[in-house]
Design a binder for this molecule. Structure first.
Ligand code: NCD
Ligand code: ZN
Length: 334
């Protein structure tokens, strides 16, 4: 039987939520990944070392003894100062996450003006300490143009802080690739949904709120160009699922929450794509080596084996509708 052996896969963009949802979703990542960069957009935001360490403890508990490393991040608010960042570094927190205010779920505490002196000062400390800046790069303009409209901010930050590693999170627009390639300190994550789905999956037939996410899925062309980047395991891109669980009712009611729950099937969905395009040999680099190199992460001894056997995706997992619901994938976890 055909099989794929993945060593030490990493998910470099993940929403685990907090108790009680945390306990329902954490195991899917803890089982299949060595580690994941955990996003801090809780309510209240994770913007202190104490909050991050408390959250990390709850995550580890929810992982049920699985060998899994949550990589914690601090939410960039004005509460981050030099002292906080220094302590963060001392306790092993390497990431800060910048949300433009109002850009997405849980961004109410985000930054109103990214290039404000106060924010730039925080970023200078981050650069000095060797922290990594992860950015949700969207303006508040027209949905399909938001990512491209944010490019000047990336340019400004990448040139002002040449030693600061900056991650263009969940890159969704083909026009963003050239930018990542141009600046040596700019890197990016790619999700499974942005390389396999497009806007028509949200609004092309009946409205499908389960594929509504930020940044919004783009054109078939964007999808195909991003897919090629992933299939080639482009050295500046790593896998970040942006798995963002919301209970079914919060997706289907008037709230229309943004986010796609992909963690349980992320590696299977990737295997399907890489297999279909005869690029299985690059999957290991896309889900592990690139992350190890870009973020300076260890190779763990975790091995995940996938076998070529159909998996039927359920309608719901613990009250959450997963990606590819109702479909079948041709790979399974061994
Ligand atoms: C994420 C969430 O639900 O927390 N939603 C999403 O659509 N991706 C936040 C984010 O990463 O934008
Ligand atoms: Zn996210």
């Amino acid at each position: 039987m055909e099989k794929i052996i993945l060593q030490s896969p990493y998910d470099m963009h993940l929403h685990l939520r907090d108790t009680p949802l945390l306990e329902k979703v954490a195991k899917y990542t803890a089982q299949y990944f060595s580690g994941a960069l955990v996003m801090p957009n809780l309510n209240p935001p994770v913007d202190s070392v104490e909050l991050a360490l408390g959250y990390k403890e709850r995550i580890l508990k929810a992982c049920n003894g699985n060998d899994f490393m949550p990589l914690m991040s601090l939410y960039l608010t004005e509460r981050l100062d030099k002292g906080v960042l220094k302590r963060a570094k001392e306790v092993g927190i390497k990431f800060i996450k910048l949300y433009p205010k109002g850009a997405t779920t849980g961004s109410e505490s985000g930054v109103s003006r990214v290039l404000d002196d106060k924010i730039l000062q925080i970023l200078e400390y981050a650069q000095d300490l060797g922290l990594i800046l992860s950015i949700h790069g969207e303006s508040n303009g027209f949905s399909m143009e938001r990512e491209a409209e944010f490019h000047p901010v990336f340019v400004e930050l990448a040139t002002t802080f040449p030693q600061l590693k900056i991650i263009f999170e969940h890159l969704s627009d083909a026009r963003s690739i050239a930018l990542v390639e141009k600046y040596s300190n700019l890197f990016a994550t790619l999700t499974l949904h942005h390389i396999s789905l497009c806007l028509d999956d949200v609004i092309g037939g009946g409205l499908n709120p389960h594929y509504f996410c930020k940044p919004i899925l783009k054109t078939p062309k964007d999808r195909d160009v991003l897919l090629q980047i992933a299939l080639n395991a482009h050295c500046k891109f790593s896998f970040g699922s942006d798995s963002a669980p919301h209970l079914r009712e919060n997706k289907e009611n008037a709230k229309g929450a943004a986010g796609i729950f992909s963690a349980p099937f992320a590696l299977l969905g990737l295997a399907e794509l890489f297999d279909k395009h005869n690029q299985l040999e690059n999957l290991q680099a896309f889900v592990s080596e690139n992350a190890q190199r870009i973020y300076d992460l260890p190779k763990s001894s975790k091995i995940v084996t996938l076998i070529k056997k159909a998996t039927q995706i359920p309608q719901e997992i613990n009250g959450i509708v997963p990606i590819f619901t109702g479909n079948s994938l041709s790979w399974s976890y061994a």
